[in-house]
Design a protein around this ligand. Sequence first.
Ligand SMILES: NC(=O)c1ccc[n+]([C@@H]2O[C@H](COP(=O)([O-])OP(=O)(O)OC[C@H]3O[C@@H](n4cnc5c(N)ncnc54)[C@H](OP(=O)(O)O)[C@@H]3O)[C@@H](O)[C@H]2O)c1
Length: 248
Amino acid sequence: MARTVVISGGGTGIGFATALAFARDGDTTVLVGRRPEALRRAAETVAGAVACPADLTRPEGAATVAELVAERFGTVDVLVHSAGGNGGLEPAAESGDPLAATAHDWTVNFRLNTLTAVLLTEALRDRLASPGGRVLFLSSIAAFRGSGSGAYAASKAALHPYAFDLARDLGPRGVTVNVVAPGLIEDTEFFGDSMTPERRQARIDETLNGRAGTPGDVAETVHWLASHAAGHLTAQVIQVNGGAERGR
Ligand SMILES: NC(=O)c1ccc[n+]([C@@H]2O[C@H](COP(=O)([O-])OP(=O)(O)OC[C@H]3O[C@@H](n4cnc5c(N)ncnc54)[C@H](OP(=O)(O)O)[C@@H]3O)[C@@H](O)[C@H]2O)c1
């Protein structure tokens, strides 16, 4: 039976690839992001997609998604949290003061990666299909290894205990909650223009299979975790990184 799948960050990268994977099954996807134009382009490509522009760092943004779901679908079968990033694409700190810049970096990352996922979850938790609902968070290899500044990694790691608590709360309703933690994934907007050939090669060299990941690698994992077959798998963090977290 066709399902309703809400995907934050569904207009680009991993979220978009995830929408394509569910659309193959005839599911209806609700694509959420801040840029209406990016969502419109994505919804034209993904069969059965509905664009829902919203800023998920704001309670009103999460409420907008919940209202659309309530009016059009009633319940959500699958909730995928792909909205996020390392803050590099967000407005820079206004002050050059080092402490102010640190406060900005940590605030931006926790709003972008943690708050977006928490607000949307809380807005939709009572509408999750019970039994059978699925919640999937996008974390990162950075949550295990650090990310340089620490802010991005910490904001992703914060999702893990939140997901575990949610899995405990929703388990009796027959809803599973899992986290997918990718390594380097190309063909997304994540890195902007900040990726150098040397940095890219260093990331690839860390993998055991000698390649970068694709949005499809992550989308297929999310799609399977949302399947009936994965019904006994909950409160787990699944790493999709070609073994890079173990390293060579
Ligand atoms: N690419 C990688 O190497 C990699 C590795 C590990 C983890 N990840 C994680 O995977 C997820 C998807 O990233 P990606 O690589 O696919 O990058 P991406 O193409 O930049 O996707 C991020 C999406 O999040 C949306 N978004 C950002 N802030 C938002 C907000 N406040 N409200 C609603 N939507 C928001 C963006 O759309 P708008 O800008 O229009 O809002 C964009 O569509 C992220 O959580 C990222 O941290 C990526």
